[in-house]
Design a binder for this molecule. Structure first.
Ligand code: 5GP
Ligand code: ZN
Length: 114
């Protein structure tokens, strides 16, 4: 997707602080972190939102979730706890329409979110 910010990061058109990469997944630090750890885990294949997922994406979504957990473990925040969030569309505040799993941790997080 030419006009997608995260596709540009994936294709190295825009710099990012990358923390993990494999053939299907990229993870990078959020530019505006809301917690000591705030990482975005994204598929390299463009999918606009959770509303656009199909059954063929099930494995990919599982990889995003497992990767977030693995990064949390590397950072030593697994036992204390962390939050993983997919925002979808306007009411949830989605601003980048390429699915991304937020990994937030390193501090106590409030619930419910705003
Ligand atoms: P959303 O609101 O769509 O769930 O999350 C989008 C996230 O992308 C926000 O947390 C925002 O800070 C982050 N973001 C926006 N632009 C950039 C950018 O150019 N680089 C990085 N690393 N993160 C970005
Ligand atoms: Zn994209």
């Amino acid at each position: 997707m030419v006009d997608c910010l995260f596709c540009k990061i994936i294709n190295r058109g825009i710099p990012a602080s990358i923390v993990y990469e494999d053939e299907r997944v990229l993870a990078f630090n959020d530019i505006n972190p809301q917690a000591p750890t705030h990482i975005l885990v994204v598929p390299k294949r463009h999918v606009a939102s959770l509303n656009d997922l199909s059954v063929e994406d099930d494995q990919l979504v599982g990889e995003l979730v497992r990767r977030a957990a693995a990064i949390a473990n590397e950072r030593g925040i697994s036992a204390g706890g962390f939050r993983t969030v997919f925002n979808t569309n306007r009411d949830a505040g989605q601003t980048v329409f390429h699915i991304h799993l937020h990994l937030l941790g390193g501090r106590s997080l409030q619930w419910p979110p705003g």
